[in-house]
Write a protein that binds this ligand. Structure first.
Ligand SMILES: Cc1cc2nc3c(=O)[nH]c(=O)nc-3n(C[C@H](O)[C@H](O)[C@H](O)COP(=O)(O)OP(=O)(O)OC[C@H]3O[C@@H](n4cnc5c(N)ncnc54)[C@H](O)[C@@H]3O)c2cc1C
Length: 469
């Protein structure tokens, strides 16, 4: 990118908000995956007008633009593979509207999800999507990835709370889609169209989100089974008994041992499955619901059931599950994690198949995730410095995807495609469906400047293209 353009961008946002030093550019070229790529410049925007003016320059010059929230993506979305500019959105972090009566909050995209959640909870309202990264990811990144978390089983994903958006298109034009009402069927649903768009269709500069009343109370259960299949049976029985948990998390034997070695929580090493189940609602119903779930789990063969009604014990029940990322990361020099999702009833079979993959490739597989909504995070324990192991891990990931799709599932429940899963899109979508997605991209961004080299299998990724990278 030449000096004249850097100067022109500097005149829009101020020269101190255009970063060109190599170390600054690399700092904005990473996410939670294994790779990095430096943009030619980082532009830190503070207003919709600045975004619009920057995009007009980039459109005119054909410069790639990669929007970036907090860079916590697990799929490579904010890595500026094609160079150009990284549009740093974190400075657009104001809450622009809040209405208790309308159960609505209006936010700029750089607002940190967890901070907004705390703010609305102090007012007795609740924003349920709960990515585990909520303390540091942004609402803009959540919308672009349609993020969700353990609460997804009862409350759904980010898209279920989107009422309206302000978006800057690739030519710099600003549009508003949706609005502030719960009902809105005027025209195509362009609000959801921009959800999950991974920064490829427009830059989100404002969002109106639906809130719900904050649940009064919750009960948390920690349940341990000798066999994995008993845990799977309990999951099925809970739903069959008409109970809709807020969260229903599962851990396999490898994760239980890893958590115990890491945090000494008193878990029985050798157990085959651990469930953390949470139900929320009216205070008076919590004990009854907790006991009902405990009975169901005991009938399914639970070794141990803890029912926690007070907040301190509830926090204890979550400790092992919350420690899993660091605990399992210690198991091998490299852990390659995935995000596969199947209909809930297929989880027991998926787990059997994923463990078989581990045997086939000769590498351990660790499995935990959101059993309540069918979204598992299986990981392959490997060492990327060992070419043979690395090759086998790549093959294992491909097999994970094949089994998932064969069971009616999807490559990604919450982390998105980015460049990581781009080569595997044809496993899930027909050639015609992928062409339709490309046609849509071309119609909205004819010069292809918005987050190029992502999503599509033929995207020319300058980095090694593999799900496990
Ligand atoms: C420890 C950890 C735990 C996680 N747990 C979860 C989880 O439970 N559930 C889950 O869903 N994800 C999870 N994630 C993944 C990640 O946090 C989410 O995908 C999150 O939504 C990314 O937000 P971000 O602000 O970091 O966005 P970034 O990573 O910066 O960007 C993500 C994508 O959004 C685009 N984008 C960002 N801002 C905008 C904007 N304003 N307009 C248009 N496009 C934009 C980027 O171009 C990129 O494609 C986790 C990540 C980590 C590191």
């Amino acid at each position: 990118m030449n000096d004249a353009i850097i100067k022109e961008l500097g005149r829009i946002v101020g020269p101190d908000r255009v970063l060109t030093k190599l170390e600054s550019r690399y700092s904005y070229g990473i996410d939670a995956t294994f790779h990095q790529a430096a943009p030619d410049a980082v532009v830190k925007v503070l207003s919709t007008e600045e975004v619009s003016r920057v995009l007009k320059v980039c459109q005119r010059e054909g410069i790639p633009v990669t929007p970036r929230g907090s860079g916590t993506s697990f799929s490579g979305g904010p890595i500026p593979l094609a160079g150009g500019i990284t549009l740093a959105m974190q400075g657009m972090n104001k809450i622009v509207e809040f209405s208790k009566g309308d159960c609505l909050v209006g936010v700029e995209p750089g607002v940190i999800t967890g901070e907004m959640q705390k703010m609305v909870e102090a007012e007795g309202l609740y924003y349920p999507p709960d990515p585990q990264s909520a303390d540091f990811c942004t609402i803009g990144g959540n919308i672009a990835e349609n993020a969700s978390g353990p609460h997804g089983v009862k409350y759904g994903c980010t898209r279920d709370y989107l009422l309206g958006l302000e978006v800057v298109l690739s030519d710099g034009e600003v549009i508003n889609v949706g609005g502030k009402t719960i009902k809105n069927v005027t025209g195509f649903d362009l609000t959801r169209f921009f959800c999950s768009s991974e920064g490829m269709l427009g830059v989100i500069t404002k969002a109106y989100l639906k809130l719900i009343p904050k649940p009064e109370a919750k009960v948390v259960l920690l349940v341990i089974f000798k066999e994995w299949a008993q845990g799977g049976q309990a999951v099925a029985d809970i739903f069959a008994n008409g109970i809709l948990p807020t969260t229903l998390e599962i851990m396999d034997d490898v994760s239980i041992k890893a958590a115990e070695d890491y945090g000494h929580f008193g878990l029985p090493v050798g157990a085959g499955a651990l469930l953390v189940i949470e139900v929320d609602g009216f205070k008076e119903t919590m004990e009854r619901q907790g006991n009902a779930i405990a009975e169901i789990c005991k009938k399914a063969g639970a070794l141990e059931v803890q029912v926690a009604l007070d907040p301190a014990k509830q926090a204890d029940a979550w400790k092992a599950r919350k420690a899993l990322s660091p605990a399992t990361a210690r198991l091998a020099p490299t852990k390659v994690s995935e995000d596969v999702t199947v209909p809930r009833s297929k989880i027991p079979e998926l787990v059997v198949r994923l463990k078989e993959v581990g045997k086939e490739i000769g590498l351990p597989v660790v499995i935990f995730g959101h059993a309540g909504d069918g979204n598992l995070h299986p990981g392959i324990l490997t060492d990327e410095r060992d070419a043979d192991q690395w090759e086998r891990a790549h093959h294992g990931i491909e097999l994970f995807f094949k089994h998932t799709v064969a069971l009616g599932g999807t490559l990604s429940g919450e982390h998105g495609v980015g460049y990581m899963k781009a080569p595997f899109l044809p496993l899930e979508y027909s050639e015609r469906a992928i062409r339709l997605m490309k046609d849509i991209k071309n119609a909205v961004d004819p010069k292809g400047i918005l987050n190029p080299v992502k999503m599509f299998p033929d995207a020319k990724n300058p980095l090694k293209s593999s799900a496990a990278d």
